[in-house]
Design a protein around this ligand. Structure first.
Ligand code: ASP
Length: 290
């Protein structure tokens, strides 16, 4: 039975620099959240709405994902993305993929067109080519790294984008896309394309994470949120805060956006901030950076 409510949340990465102004990012996230919410109310599925929103985030060049990604230590752009449909539990992901404009679109194609969940590197690129996905012919010209952070050798910086939504049918979906951490080793893959670490959706909750991916992988952070709800009887707020606290004890910080089966949105973080915006199911728009 279709209901006349929907909710959506977007993030543009954890760990913003407290000395910088992110008004432009916040305004962009708010506008996209409003537009995506309208799409949901018009009957678009949660999956279609989050892919649409993440593609806008990838193309904007404002975040460390898609066009705004930073190169790895060899000067190459290796991108990661994943998504998951909470109703069917189908999922798709690409990792360390070079040369394509929208990693989230490639992840959706993996989910729809293959029997697999994740394709990486050359295999992912061959598949994306066969699917006719839009290429980046000249990386040096296309990519405009969103971060100008000067990092020492070995030091890492990071950023990512993500979206979670509940559509008018009450179905949930989550997606995450990233250029990964700045200064990463060639071939390094973080949590963002790993189902259960950076992204998760089932009938209880949809989650997209951001932060130093190694910690989120070691905590199975996104799936941990669902487990806390399922086995621990926690609500979505307790579950996300609990998952973040658990990682904090290991030395990792970051943020998450999540929506539960009733459309309740939370956007907690343990880092200096989280670029974020959402439209709650009562239509209220909320956003913030720090
Ligand atoms: N989680 C991402 C990664 O480790 C980075 C980020 O979210 O900022 O690749």
């Amino acid at each position: 039975m279709a209901q006349s409510v929907a909710s959506i949340a977007l993030h543009g990465g954890a760990g913003p620099d407290p000395s910088k102004n992110y008004d432009k990012h916040e305004a962009h996230l708010r506008e996209l959240a409003r537009d995506a919410h309208k799409r949901l109310l018009d009957g678009e599925s949660a999956m279609d709405a989050i892919v649409w929103a993440v593609k806008q985030l990838e193309d904007s060049g404002l975040y460390i994902a898609g066009r705004g990604s930073s190169p790895n230590a060899n000067g190459e752009y290796e991108l990661d993305a994943s998504l998951m449909d909470g109703f069917t539990r189908r999922a798709g992901a690409v990792a360390a993929m070079r040369g394509f404009r929208s990693p989230v679109e490639a992840a959706r194609a993996v989910m729809r067109e293959t029997p697999h969940v994740m394709l990486v590197g050359a295999g992912a690129e061959e598949f994306a080519r066969a699917q006719g996905l839009e290429r980046v012919d000249d990386p040096a010209d296309y990519y405009k790294p969103a971060s100008d952070k000067k990092l020492a050798t070995g030091e890492l910086g990071h950023g990512t984008v993500g979206a979670v939504a509940m559509d008018a049918e009450g179905h949930l979906a989550a997606a995450t896309s990233t250029g990964g951490v700045i200064n990463k080793m060639p071939g390094r893959v973080g949590d963002s394309p790993v189902i259960g670490a950076g992204t998760w959706a089932d009938k209880r909750v949809a989650v997209s994470c951001t932060g130093q991916g190694e910690f989120f992988m070691r905590a199975a952070a996104a799936a941990d949120v669902s487990a806390r709800i399922r086995y621990g009887g926690q609500d979505v707020e307790e579950a996300t805060l609990g998952a973040l606290q658990d990682m904090k004890r290991q030395g990792g910080d970051g943020g998450m956006i999540a929506i539960d089966g009733r459309g309740r949105v939370v956007m907690p973080f343990s880092s200096s901030g989280l670029k974020r915006a959402c439209v709650h199911k009562d239509g209220r728009v909320e956003s913030g950076v720090f």
